[in-house]
Design a protein around this ligand. Structure first.
Ligand SMILES: O=C(CO)COP(=O)(O)O
Length: 262
């Protein structure tokens, strides 16, 4: 197991789970196990966050609060309240106990027609409500094969990030669309190049804070590949889908940071 030290990790690592549209009340037992394991130090100094379906947030909030596990939603509207049937506001997520919200996930960009401008408005709403936005970016397979991965991600970033973002209110997740739920991952070199590019681009868009924004890798992160993926320079953690549904797999991933010495 690789030992991470402060000199290698200038930013606090973050391992976030995205449960997507999974989770009935009976599954809260997994969230509670994640909380217990985190409280027992299994993720070391890393921050652990679980982004649950909205229906589970209020029930999960007490265990998360006492374990120091962050709770997140998976999208929000840009208005604080109003006649928007089926939507949920950043303020409502906050009120339910969330401190994070995932925005611009590729499943929402493609399935709900969310463009960069809409993602930016939602991220501004998250800022307004005091939530940290985890803004997702990532290229499709066709875009990567056409050599367009960097410019595509660059314009997603510039278009999706509010100018008022701070290192506390913004996290970026790089999730190549073709790596989500497929078992495929980019090469470690490609991940390193993309994360370096993202950090440089953020420093242009948000001058002076590129170095302090946390960048997550997402897409088929599993216990077996987590140490390699999280060991890549400029990768400050992971956004985990399928493997976040069980405490065993999720904590095996977060456990990469167990020996991190601050
Ligand atoms: O979309 C993801 C996280 O937001 C990644 O999902 P998987 O980890 O299941 O590939």
């Amino acid at each position: 197991m690789m030992v991470y030290r402060q000199s290698q990790l200038p930013r606090r690592p973050l391992v976030a789970g995205n449960w997507k549209m999974h989770g009935l009340r009976k599954d809260l037992v997994e969230a509670e196990k994640i909380c217990a394991a985190t409280a027992a130090g299994e993720a070391g100094q890393a921050e652990v966050v679980i982004c649950l379906p909205a229906t589970l947030l209020i029930s999960a909030a007490p265990a998360c609060r006492s374990a120091g596990v962050g709770l997140g939603g998976q999208h929000c509207h840009d208005e604080p309240s109003g006649a928007f049937t089926g939507d949920i506001s950043a303020e409502m997520l906050k009120d339910a106990g969330a401190s994070y919200v995932i925005l611009g996930h590729s499943e929402r960009r493609s399935g709900h027609n969310e463009g960069n401008e809409s993602v930016r408005e939602k991220a501004s709403a998250a800022l307004r409500a005091g939530l940290t936005a985890i803004v997702c970016v990532g290229e499709t397979r066709a875009e990567r094969e056409a050599g367009e991965a960097l410019p595509v991600v660059g314009s997603q970033l510039t278009g999706s990030i509010p100018k008022k973002s701070t290192p506390e209110s913004l996290v970026i997740a790089y999730e190549p669309v073709w790596a989500i739920g497929t078992g495929l991952t980019p090469t470690l070199q490609d991940i390193a190049a993309m994360h370096r590019f993202i950090r440089e681009r953020i420093d242009v868009d948000l001058p002076g804070i590129g170095d302090r924004i946390r960048l997550l890798y997402g897409g088929s992160v599993k216990p077996g590949n987590a140490a390699d993926l999280l060991g890549v320079e400029d990768v400050d953690g992971a956004l985990v889908g399928g493997a976040s549904l069980t405490a065993r797999d999720f904590m095996a991933i977060a456990g990469v940071y167990r020996d991190f010495v601050r």
